[in-house]
Write a protein that binds this ligand. Structure first.
Ligand code: SF4
Length: 519
């Protein structure tokens, strides 16, 4: 048993739903208790799809448990086929149905359904949503795809994009654009908008572009085995990664790595003098492994940030995240417990968080700006406008998204110079987020009381403050440090004092700690 308030991933059958909803002509019969239809809302509200997911639930109730739940499954499955006439059906159980062990796959096999019925074994108590999507897509590909002659022209499949995927819709367009510039055609995009019939044609492509390893790596490996199709290992998120991706695809397909950089603005934006203040900004990264890996390189190599912590919630990719953390010389955080993430963020005292919807909440609590780089996400990250993460336009989008929550360079300067100003005071927050900024407190408006006002949110967690006493002079001096680095200075000083066996922090201790860490 584990006490859980927030989960980064849903149960594996939600992953299966994401595959089914992404596809056309496929239906999912899910053995599940009454109430599990809540998952429909993920698609109709968060992703704002204009139709229900192609999922039929058995919705058994408590009183059905003494009866023939297997019979309920069979009737539901037959009705779903009769009503929707799909090209193929996937069948499986949700967490509760797994406990009653009706074996939907075995039951469906005994029925005379005239289309492929693909059983899913998704262990709800050991695995999660991403496993569910990867396994479901793999089972569909395994059942339907066969080796076949290659298309006469050079084509690839684009595999991995799903329903409810963070920017999947627009990433597909970017990847298609990159391929188009090299003269490479697209055989099938799957699961997004693919039919079961399309899946049977996967084998005709010359290679596979694996967009999201979380969702399609098993299928990519399978296709490599049975159809001899190599697949790409580079994820084109970030400028450097997109260049590498183009080179990799060109090499796999034996074509020229042609690219049209006319729309790429990110490198100049990063280089332009207005971005100087971004250099060395300390960022903490958390999300799914693929997006974190990409973001870490962009942060360091393309934005000039310092990565002070990173991690992922999907354990399947723990090894690669540990390698990445070694490369960046920071601890790797592999956890699906948001409280651990919150603690790690507090300890690292970053100036910015790049994370999921959960980290947005954590950032809000700690007063640290946050930009979203990965699922899980809320409705605002399924935008109406074109907003890819991949390719050249993705790099432009990322630049804008990441710098938006930050205090701008001139403003940072003003904040540290005019701490008592009615407008540029510590609590004001970025001026372009005016509507969300707390109003300056009365104390902040009264210059002679300014030193006594409460510290702003960033340093609310005062590590060790129960044993460490800040003498008033030291506390006043601490407040002269700009607020976005003050939390870090406080923690460093307390650590320094604790190492020296001190219980009190004087002005001297503060300066000694500063000199110590400057060394
Ligand atoms: S079956 Fe699983 S997903 Fe459905 S309500 Fe129960 S615990 Fe939640």
């Amino acid at each position: 048993m584990k006490l859980t308030v927030w989960t980064y991933e849903g149960p594996p059958h939600v992953g299966a739903m994401r595959v089914a909803t992404a596809m056309k002509g496929l239906h999912y019969v899910l053995h599940a208790p009454q109430g599990d239809t809540y998952a429909d809302l993920l698609f109709t509200m968060i992703e704002r799809r204009d139709h229900r997911p192609p999922v039929t639930y058995t919705t058994f109730e408590g009183r059905d448990l003494g009866e023939d739940t297997a019979g309920i499954f069979k009737v539901t499955c037959q009705e779903a086929y009769d009503r929707f006439k799909p090209q193929a059906i996937i069948v499986g159980a949700s967490c509760t149905a797994e406990l009653i062990q009706d074996d939907p796959g075995g039951l469906a096999e005994t029925m005379q359904i005239p289309v492929p019925v693909i059983p899913l074994e998704l262990p709800s108590y050991q695995r999660k949503e991403n496993f569910g999507s990867d396994e479901t897509f793999y089972q569909i590909v395994k059942s339907l795809a066969r080796p076949m002659d290659r298309t006469p022209e050079v084509t690839v499949n684009i595999i991995g994009p799903l329903a409810l995927g963070f920017r999947h819709r627009d990433d597909i367009e970017e990847v298609k654009g990159l391929l188009y510039e090299m003269g490479i055609g697209v055989n099938v995009v799957a699961p997004f908008d693919a039919t079961p019939e399309d899946i049977t044609r996967l084998g005709a492509a010359h290679a596979n572009v694996l967009m999201y390893p979380e969702h399609a790596e098993s299928a990519a490996r399978h296709l490599e085995r049975i159809c001899g199709q190599p697949y790409t290992k580079t994820i084109p998120i970030g400028v450097a990664a997109t260049h590498e991706f183009v080179a990799e695809v060109a090499q796999l397909c034996g074509v020229e790595p042609r690219k049209d950089l006319s729309r790429l603005r990110q490198p100049w934006w990063s280089k332009s003098v207005d971005s100087t203040y971004l250099t060395g900004k300390r960022v903490f990264l958390f999300g799914d492994a693929t997006h974190v890996k990409a973001a870490a390189r962009i942060a360091r190599d393309e934005m000039g940030f310092e990565v002070v912590g990173l991690g992922c919630y999907n354990r399947e990719f723990a090894r690669s995240i540990r390698e990445l953390a070694r490369e960046f010389d920071v601890p790797a955080l592999i956890t699906d417990d948001y409280l651990e993430v919150e603690k790690a963020i507090e300890d690292a005292s970053p100036e910015m968080i790049l994370g999921t919807q959960m980290e947005r909440h954590i950032g809000k609590r700690l007063g640290i700006p946050c930009a979203v780089i990965s699922a899980p996400v809320h409705v605002q990250d399924f935008p109406a406008r074109y907003s890819p993460q991949m390719g050249w336009e993705g790099a432009n989008v990322i630049f804008d998204t990441w710098i938006h929550p930050l205090v701008m360079g001139l403003e940072e300067h003003l904040l540290s110079m005019f701490r008592e100003d009615f407008e540029f005071h510590d609590e004001a927050g970025p001026s372009h987020h005016g509507g969300h900024s707390p109003k300056p407190s009365e104390a902040a408006r009264t210059p002679d009381k300014v030193e006594e006002r409460a510290d702003p949110a960033p340093e609310a967690p005062q590590t060790g403050s129960d044993v460490m006493v800040w003498l008033s002079e030291a506390e006043k001096e601490l407040k002269k440090i700009p607020f976005f680095v003050r939390g870090k200075a406080r923690r460093n000083t307390e650590k320094f004092a604790a190492d020296q066996g001190l219980q009190e922090i004087s002005l001297d201790t503060l300066y000694e700690a500063k000199a110590h860490y400057a060394r």
